[in-house]
Design a binder for this molecule. Structure first.
Ligand SMILES: Cc1ncc(C[n+]2csc(CCOP(=O)(O)OP(=O)(O)O)c2C)c(N)n1
Ligand SMILES: [Mg+2]
Length: 320
């Protein structure tokens, strides 16, 4: 699929929905309206949106602890997500899961995951399932640079390779795992190279460029759908905020480093590109900005006015 104006406008809108949604998550955290923590994806939007724009509605994704962006890009409902984060009964898990347990089987969202590397087995199983059922569905498996050091990553690449599974492993290398710089704990030149010993194509992509991510993903999806097997894509990206909403993110990162990445902002970059290519006017994009802000504030209002689950159902739906 060529990257036309409609696709670009959709990508712009979706990246903005993620950013505005997460700004509100930070607000409700500081106002004491949510319990626990959430991990913000602000700065990394081009990865989720580039990847999910190349997927069909019936394809699958597995997500991580930093999962709001993945869910929104795959079509997750903002009001149900916001309600879940606030522990309300209208949330995706009736308010019992929170930020790291958002899933929507009807949209192929096989779940955020509090376990680093927890998506690898699920995604690879979904790939095996699609193969056995002889559908041409593919699965995108999001994981971080920290997740890339979990042993199961190597196990699933082996299985996916020998069985030719339609799984695309998408590494979000944001240069940190919690408070540790990736290069201090990660061997090798890059994570994409880890595909080579398994005979899988691995490539690095500029994860601040939504079109570059989309194009790399579209190639990997074609490969997966046509029975040629798995791929690994490493997206270089950066989280502007701390590891979670309670971490200012400044103690272990230089201010200049953060500023350098913010200059490559994925949303601003697509905006400038669309304006300079005449794909959109300031008025078109301003209209989208307004619509998105309104939609996000409505999700917050709806979550605020929803009730908490009844205490009688405290042990329901929490164990299967
Ligand atoms: C199995 C496991 N080990 C440790 C943790 C604690 N933990 C939560 S997030 C995180 C860092 C993950 O880094 P990365 O995969 O790069 O993702 P990022 O937070 O950068 O998006 C760690 C170690 C965990 N949740 N699960
Ligand atoms: Mg990381």
């Amino acid at each position: 699929m060529a990257v036309d104006k409609i696709l670009m406008l959709n990508m712009y809108r979706t990246m903005l929905r993620i950013r505005r949604f997460e700004e509100q998550i930070f607000n409700i955290f500081t106002q004491g309206l949510m319990h626990g923590l959430a991990h913000l994806y602000i700065g990394e939007e081009a990865v989720a949106v580039g990847v999910c724009s190349a997927l069909r509605d019936d394809d699958y994704i597995t997500s991580t602890h930093r999962g709001h962006g993945h869910c929104i890009a795959k079509g997750g409902k903002l009001d149900r997500m916001m309600a879940e984060v606030m522990g309300k009964v209208t949330g995706y898990c009736r308010g019992k899961g929170g930020s790291m347990h958002i899933a929507d089987m009807s949209l192929g969202i096989l779940g955020a995951n509090g376990i680093v590397g927890g998506g690898f087995g699920i995604a690879t199983g979904a790939g095996l399932s699609a193969k056995l059922r002889k559908t041409d569905q593919v699965t995108a498996c999001f994981f971080g640079d920290g997740g890339a050091n979990q042993g199961i990553f190597f196990e699933v690449m082996n299985y996916a390779a020998i069985w030719n599974l339609p799984v695309i492993y998408v590494c979000e290398n944001n240069h940190y795992g919690e408070y540790t710089a990736t290069e201090k704990v990660t061997a090798g030149k890059c994570i994409a190279d880890r595909a080579t010993p398994f005979g899988i194509p691995g490539q690095m992509v500029d994860g601040s460029d939504v079109i570059a991510v989309y194009e790399a993903m579209a190639g990997a999806v074609r490969r997966g759908r046509s029975g040629q097997g798995p791929s690994l894509i490493e997206c270089e990206t950066y989280r502007y905020r701390g590891h979670h909403v309670g971490d200012p993110g400044l103690a272990y990162r230089a201010k200049e480093e953060i500023e350098t990445w913010m200059k490559k902002d994925p949303i601003e970059r697509l905006r400038q590109r669309m304006l300079s290519e005449g794909q959109a006017t300031e008025a078109d994009l301003g209209g989208i900005d307004e619509e998105v802000q309104k939609e996000v504030l409505e999700a917050v209002e709806s979550a605020k006015t929803s009730p908490y689950p009844d205490v009688k159902e405290v042990s329901e739906h929490v164990y299967a």
